[in-house]
Design a protein around this ligand. Structure first.
Ligand code: HEC
Ligand code: HEC
Length: 316
């Protein structure tokens, strides 16, 4: 009976620390920010139903999107290589093949009409002393709201619904953030090259590195600093921080140059999956191990009980 009481007291204090004290201390150290479940309620909903066929004509024509962006899903190559693009815009405009699946439609519509508002970068680009590289779509002569809805419908239609975590990362973060554990730099994946056997020099890799350094120079100039490598970021930041920061970077880092990228909840989860795969590759194995360990204890306890019973039976 005494043992039971002691056990109950221990359990009580363990739970109190776990649910009461630790979260309280945590909330004092980190500002708590409510998330909006990636719903972008500050942006107006689409009022028109889009037509993908007309949208395609606008994206390829009057919208001018393909003047800066590649759309591999539609066979449109990049108008410039990443280095030339970064020299002109500060950053390489992302491929638009999968933005329709990864990004919210309200966000995309606002981005086309007024990019700095959608990206929450009005504090950085006032349109006079600093002009954002992606222009606002002014309309192609018809009903502008309809034209925007048409372009969004087209982007959604061509998107692959099964975008891989890697592609999600490249499209939404890859132009700014390297991921060394994933062998990814802002201009692309590190190519598989070979050193010359006689000189032990890998000229192709050196050339790639030179391009990366050149790109990063322009990017750092554009952003004010070089965005950090994201290889192990998920180990350094809590889940809660990542979610609210990516939904709205300003909520956690007031004045930051990182844009809101407009991911849907699903798109966010894909990006996180990639960060987990690269930054914490042993997690699935660890999780599986946990179950094995618990299984071992359960079996061990049963065996111990059976053994105890058999020993006592003989003694009675
Ligand atoms: C003059 C070049 C230019 C044109 C034209 C242009 N863009 Fe962009 N776009 C950019 C650049 C540069 C960026 C990256 C800006 C940054 O990250 O700071 C970008 C970013 C984007 C993004 C990524 C936003 C995010 O959430 O990460 C999307 C989506 C996009 N553009 C769609 C479009 C569409 C649709 C059109 C046509 C209506 C278009 N763009 C026209 C240059 C352009
Ligand atoms: C247009 C460039 C750009 C894009 C796109 C971008 N970021 Fe960033 N990111 C930055 C910059 C710049 C910083 C540094 C912010 C600062 O210190 O103010 C940053 C910082 C971060 C940080 C560190 C925040 C901290 O606590 O210091 C994380 C995490 C992050 N980004 C995640 C992401 C993820 C995930 C994506 C894609 C979903 C993404 N970023 C897309 C530019 C970008």
């Amino acid at each position: 009976m005494k043992e039971l009481k002691i056990l109950l007291i221990v359990i009580f204090f363990a739970l109190l620390t776990y649910w009461g004290v630790e979260p309280f201390a945590h909330s004092k150290m980190h500002k708590h920010v409510e998330d909006n479940k990636f719903s972008y309620v500050d942006l107006p909903p689409l009022t028109k139903k889009g037509d993908a066929t007309r949208g395609k004509a606008l994206v390829m024509g009057a919208g001018a999107c393909v003047g800066c962006h590649s759309i591999k899903a539609a066979g449109i190559p990049a108008p410039m290589d990443p280095n030339t693009a970064a020299a002109s815009y500060g950053v390489n405009p992302p491929d638009l093949s999968n933005v329709g699946a990864l990004m919210d439609e309200r966000f995309l519509a606002e981005l086309i009409k007024n990019p700095t508002k959608a990206l929450i970068l009005e504090h950085k680009f006032d349109g006079k002393t600093r002009v954002f590289p992606m222009p606002s779509f002014m309309g192609a002569g018809g009903d502008k709201e309809q034209e925007v809805a048409d372009m969004v419908a087209y982007l959604k239609k061509i998107s692959n619904k099964e975008v891989s975590p890697k592609e999600a990362y490249v499209t939404s973060c890859g132009r700014c953030h390297a991921n060394r554990y994933g062998k990814y730099e802002q201009i692309g994946f590190v190519p598989k090259t070979k050193s010359n056997i006689k000189t032990n020099q890998d000229i192709d890799l050196l050339k790639f590195k030179e391009k990366v350094a050149d790109y990063q120079g322009n990017l750092a100039e554009y952003m004010g600093k070089l965005p950090p490598d994201l290889s192990i970021m998920i180990r350094a930041r809590s889940e809660d921080f990542m979610k609210t920061f990516i939904e709205d970077p300003q909520s956690q880092l007031k004045g930051t140059a990182m844009p809101r990228v407009g991911l849907t909840n699903e798109g966010y989860e894909k990006v996180m999956k990639y960060l987990e795969e690269t930054g914490d590759p042993s997690k699935p194995a660890r999780d599986a191990l946990g179950i094995k360990v618990i299984g071992f204890f359960v079996i061990f306890t049963i065996l111990a009980l059976l053994w105890k019973k058999s020993v006592w039976r003989d003694l009675h």
